[in-house]
Design a protein around this ligand. Structure first.
Ligand SMILES: [Zn+2]
Length: 140
């Protein structure tokens, strides 16, 4: 029997290589999907924050065009990211446009536990996940 060891080794190496490559490709594709989901979640969060800001400004008869513009710019940047990611994730694997609002109404005790943080620029109390300070507009 004449076994071509080199050939077997070569074939084996090729199989390992392609398996490795597929795993990496899958991982990269998965990461893009995660990035896309992240970006969509970030966008809806920023939109909610902008909505809350505009509401509180309007309610108090105030204007803060600069801060509103900052939010709009931030959301536009996230939208651009989403567009880029969309091109890289196959259509059938894309998460739906608007993730369902799964957050349950916050229980009173959970509200009390919500940690408030303060703006490093002006010391104003800001929401934990706010993008910008409502007081001075600093990026948080
Ligand atoms: Zn501030």
């Amino acid at each position: 029997m004449n076994i071509d060891v080199d050939k077997i080794l070569e074939t084996g190496a090729k199989v390992v290589d392609s398996a490795k490559k597929t795993a990496v490709e899958l991982a990269q594709k998965g990461k893009k999907q995660v990035d896309l989901l992240d970006a969509q979640a970030k966008k809806s969060k920023a939109e909610r924050q902008l909505g809350a800001l505009v509401y509180s400004l309007a309610k108090n008869g105030e204007e803060n065009e600069l801060l509103v513009k900052k939010y709009i710019d931030a959301i536009a940047a996230i939208e651009a990211d989403i567009e880029e990611l969309r091109k890289e994730v196959p259509a059938e694997e894309q998460p739906c446009e608007a993730p369902a609002e799964t957050e349950a109404p916050t229980a009173p005790e959970a509200c009390a536990e919500t940690a408030k943080k303060t703006c490093p620029q002006c010391g104003a109390e800001v929401e934990e996940d706010a993008l910008f300070c409502n007081g001075c507009g600093a990026q948080l």
